[in-house]
Structures are given as structure tokens and as C-alpha cells.
Design a protein around this ligand. Sequence first.
Ligand code: GTP
Ligand code: MG
Length: 198
Amino acid sequence: FNYQTARFMTSAPSLVQCPPDQGVEVAFAGRSNAGKSSAINAITCQKALARTSRTPGRTQLINFFALGADEARRLVDLPGYGYAKVPEAVKREWQQHLADYLQARRSLQGVVLVMDVRHPLTEFDQTLLGWADEQDMPVHILLTKADKLKSGAARAALQQVRSRLREWEDLVSLQLFSSLKRQGVDEACARLDAWLAE
Ligand code: GTP
Ligand code: MG
């Protein structure tokens, strides 16, 4: 697919306001500030398609991006979870939205789970992997901000996360990624291609 043709479709505050559950979509999940929106921009070669910010919690809505002329194939930028300054009740509400979305969304083909390579597998990352496992939903992990580590340390981090995810290896794939250096974009696109072709 040509990800460069991606365009903003709509924002939804919750599952009920999402676009019709038709066609296929891939969602980007991960903790606040992990680099989800930046990864979408790197993959689509657009500087500001998804809004990024140094302030965690920037993306509060579910943002939909259409690939190509129709809206049958979509990328979805999910709000980050675990942002400390958000009240506990709001956090719980978001986690519920996310769980509902993963469970109910028929067009969802896979989840790209974005983790900072320096802080992988947070508690909520593991919760999300558990939900995905319940749904038999495949997950592709981007260990992003790999540019922040020397290449040996980044490879070691990749190996470590891989070994910790052995129990989920049928459902989970992973790679190093950097939006800043555009590292790993082709590998990520290959995974998206496979999901979106379904
Ligand atoms: P929320 O929308 O708040 O959940 O955050 P997000 O996961 O969408 O993160 P976002 O893409 O906005 O990036 C957060 C910060 O990390 C920004 O300051 C980005 O510039 C920075 N960042 C993202 N990806 C990379 C990367 O690959 N390398 C480096 N060095 N910085 C990155
Ligand atoms: Mg974001």
C-alpha cells in the first residue's frame, strides 16, 4: 500500500462514535509519549498527519486516517494510556474504551503496540497483550526511539523483550524502530501490508 496517501478522516471520543465498522483497520496503541503518533507520521512520510507532542497525553481522541481514496483501509491512532496527570477515574474510563474497542471492532486486523525501547513492557502494555491474547488479535511491537540507544544496546533490548514474550510468540512480533531516523519503517510497512490485505 501507499501509506503516503493517508489522510485524516475523523476523531472519535469513544467507540460508539467511530466510523462504520467496515473494511479493515490497524490501530496504534501504547503508553502516553511512547511515540505512536510519530510512528504513524514516519510510516506515512507526513510530518504532521498525526499530532505529536512533548507533552504526554496529547492524543485524547481515537483518530482515524484513511489510506487511499476510499475509507476501506484505515490506520487508527489511539490515545496513550497511563498518563500520570490524568485522574484515576478518567484513566479507568479510557482503559475501558480501549478494551471495548479491541473486543468489539470487527474491522480491526491487528494492533501495533508502541513501546519506548528504554521502557518496554509496562504493566499496562502487559494488560493490553492479555486482552489481545483473549481476542486472538495479532500484535506487532515497535520498540521505538531506538536512536536513543547505541545499536548494541538496542539489539540487546530487542532480545530481552523477545525472550519475555515467548509465551505469546504465536501472536506477537517485534522490531526496533525509530521515527526520528526512519529506522524499521519498511519492516513495519510489511506487517501492515499483510494485515490490511485481509
Ligand atoms: P500521546 O499521543 O500523548 O499518547 O503520545 P504519542 O505516543 O503519540 O507520542 P508522540 O508521537 O507524540 O511522541 C512523543 C515524544 O517523543 C515527542 O517529543 C516525539 O518527538 C518523541 N519521539 C517520538 N518518536 C521518537 C523517536 O523515534 N526518536 C526520538 N528521539 N524521539 C521520538
Ligand atoms: Mg499521540
